[in-house]
Design a protein around this ligand. Sequence first.
Ligand SMILES: Cc1cc2nc3c(=O)[nH]c(=O)nc-3n(C[C@H](O)[C@H](O)[C@H](O)COP(=O)(O)OP(=O)(O)OC[C@H]3O[C@@H](n4cnc5c(N)ncnc54)[C@H](O)[C@@H]3O)c2cc1C
Length: 378
Amino acid sequence: MDFNLSDEQRALQETARKFAREVIRPKAAHYDETAEFPKEIFGQAFELGLLNLTVPQEMGGVGLPHLEQALIAEEMAWGCSGVATSMVANDLALLPLVIAANDEQKKRLVAPFAEKLRFASFCLTEPGAGSDVAGMSTTARRDGDHYVLNGAKCFITNGGYADQYTVFATLDKAKRHKGMVCLVVEGRPKGLTVGKHENKMGQRASNTVALTFEDVRVPVQNRIGEEGDGFRIAMETLDNSRPLTAMFSVGIARAALEHSLDYSSQRQQFGKPIREFQAIQFMLADMAKDIQAARLLAYQSAWMLDVGQKNTLVSSFAKCFAADMAMKVTTDAVQVYGGYGYIKDYPVEKLMRDAKLIQIYEGTSQVQRIVIARELFK
Ligand SMILES: Cc1cc2nc3c(=O)[nH]c(=O)nc-3n(C[C@H](O)[C@H](O)[C@H](O)COP(=O)(O)OP(=O)(O)OC[C@H]3O[C@@H](n4cnc5c(N)ncnc54)[C@H](O)[C@@H]3O)c2cc1C
């Protein structure tokens, strides 16, 4: 076992860190305030090879191993987790194709993402089916050489800007997870309506919309895997993405710790810097300890994918622990700042709002515990 990063991994981490420091961080407050979509940042990230990390090299993509992707995810989220979420949304939407598409589909539906800046959305959640994925109501009906999609999706990241949608639907609701199919919708076909951008608590740089499908026709060539494979493909995708989401938490929490270290050395009360009080020191110590523990779990869950091991249990450990850790660390950072922590002119309240989302999306912290318990009972 070697906990050292290689020279190449360090160089990649440094590139991502520089990008986060010089390009993302200076704009983070602006995008948080305005909730505009930071397309210019994505353009620069694309040019630098920090976007679409999942697209395999044989398709002209970056094709980075999972551990390297995790290193980049921490840095992007340190810069702004809203930006990071939108960046990784592309990977989330392309992963089902990388996992289960045939060669012709990969060439047609994945490779273009290596050629120019494009956006894709992963469309699983519905108004009536969030944690209970298999309870979905969006239907896919076979009609000759097409499927006809009807239904609604909600909370879809980048949905307002997507060039392509990876949509999960049911062929037979009674079959629950065995009746699901994965289809790729290209562009904005007739019958697809994109809702308004949601006004969110945090991660406001990411675009979030509802989608409605009314008799949207999707060619059979755009079915990923077989009929009935949809649930398996979605779950495998989430196994792949959980290490990255865990690393978002690490990036957010590291930013909160750094701000807290600075502030507590400057802020004076009772004639000394507040970091000389043991109560503050213990908060800082707990932050540093828990951040490192989350980072190691996330590294392990990414590494397992790289060596071909199933990571369902460890990636749920990582996502659940890291999300709860980031919520605690950012809440404590606001505490370290006292009243100023509650004011938007200071950086830590944004981090607390941003961290909350990680306990919710890609499987809530409760759902992660359900997965962990299920794995324990096997
Ligand atoms: C900003 C944002 C971006 C998102 N991006 C995407 C995206 O790009 N694509 C996509 O498909 N989805 C996306 N989502 C959806 C997200 O994954 C869901 O919100 C999440 O899975 C929870 O589903 P829900 O909101 O319906 O909550 P519910 O499932 O209704 O859960 C409500 C509460 O009940 C708890 N709960 C539910 N079932 C159980 C149970 N069996 N045991 C114990 N507790 C339970 C939950 O943990 C939660 O606390 C996004 C969400 C947000 C807010």
